[in-house]
Design a protein around this ligand. Structure first.
Ligand code: SF4
Length: 341
């Protein structure tokens, strides 16, 4: 994983506020707009901490706004501040996030000129009803169009999804994931919708017009999404927002957990274990293997997975081996061992 140097531009370029969004809470960044000198200082500070890391191992990322909706001169100011670090080889690549309806040939040409390699689109949902209720101001066609243009320009594409928005049903989430798979993004990030102070969603929640997903419901949904995307060979690089004091203080409701991604990974390990154990003949025990670092994920939060296996009568049906060389988040069956005790 490269070292990512984040530069936050909260809400810059956004034509309006989407109902769920409060980037100042998410990024924890207050104050005026970041200037070119600030960008250079942020990069230098991170590089000093990074020691020998350089080149492809270091990436600068502009987050938190609608980058390509900024005026071209402002985009050039921010991107140009990174150019000397790219030229010297201390930074290997540059990425940014933006709205799907702010991507066209002219904007892409500017990004190419400043050596941007990856563009992340805030997609949230591919259901036009959900997008309308979220106040996005664009439909799912804008996503298709943006991905096509970025691909033609040989830019890498990331898509950000937000399950749990108002009006989303299981069926619309399934359609969203199917369309995302068809778009073949290079990476996907999944952030379950949270109710943040200062957002329109907080007002809707207080007026009883919106009910967020429960934590268990969000883990189940995101686990299903991850399984589908993994199965299609699409990398999910993040699940759940990064923890931070501003986010936690500004959280009104919703499926927040500081280690949300681990909850999902743990649930998927339980699922895989159950499937493997379902094939074990009566009276036998399976020898299961996991990566050494996955012991706590396998057990689950407060041993929830072990308790679930016990409740299903499966806790005695396996022996567990730890393999330091096994890929993380996997469970393998090495064969059958002795009779169950
Ligand atoms: S979701 Fe994106 S476009 Fe909407 S307000 Fe937030 S940063 Fe701006």
């Amino acid at each position: 994983m490269p070292l990512v140097i984040p530069v936050f531009i909260p809400h810059e370029g956004c034509p309006h506020r989407c109902v769920f969004c409060n980037q100042r809470r998410i990024s924890g960044r207050a104050g005026g707009p970041v200037r070119a000198g600030d960008v250079a200082r942020i990069v230098v500070t991170w590089l000093e901490r990074a020691g020998e890391r350089a080149g492809d191992d270091v990436q600068v990322a502009f987050y938190g706004g609608s980058f390509t909706a900024l005026a071209p001169a402002r985009q050039a100011e921010l991107l140009g501040a990174v150019s000397p670090f790219l030229a010297s080889g201390r930074v290997g690549s540059l990425r940014l996030s933006t709205r799907p309806d702010a991507v066209d040939h002219g904007r892409i040409a500017l990004l190419k000129q400043y050596r941007v390699t990856l563009v992340e689109l805030g997609v949230q949902s591919m259901d036009d009803t959900v997008l309308a209720r979220a106040g996005r101001g664009h439909d799912s066609r804008a996503v298709h169009c943006a991905v096509r243009l970025l691909r033609r320009a040989s830019l890498r594409v990331g898509l950000q999804l937000l399950p749990g928005l108002p009006g989303e049903s299981r069926r619309s989430l399934m359609r969203t994931v199917a369309q995302v798979i068809a778009l073949r993004p290079d990476i996907v990030r999944i952030y379950p919708a949270l109710v943040l102070e200062g957002s329109a969603l907080a007002r809707m929640y207080r007026q009883g017009q919106y009910r967020p997903l429960t934590l268990a419901g969000a883990v189940a949904r995101v686990a299903w999404m991850k399984r589908r995307l993994d199965g299609a060979g699409i990398r999910v690089v993040r699940m759940g927002l990064q923890a931070g004091p501003d986010l936690e203080q500004g959280l009104v409701a919703g499926p927040w957990h500081p280690a949300f991604g681990e909850l999902v990974a743990s649930r998927l390990m339980l699922r895989r274990t159950r499937r493997l154990l379902a094939r074990v003949p009566a009276g036998k025990r399976a020898v299961l293997s996991i990566a050494s670092r996955d012991q706590s994920l396998f057990r689950g939060q407060r041993s929830a997975n072990i308790r679930r296996l016990a409740a299903l009568g499966l806790a005695d049906r396996f022996m567990l081996r730890l393999d330091p060389g096994q890929p993380r988040f996997t469970v393998r069956c090495l064969g059958l061992g002795g009779a169950e005790s």
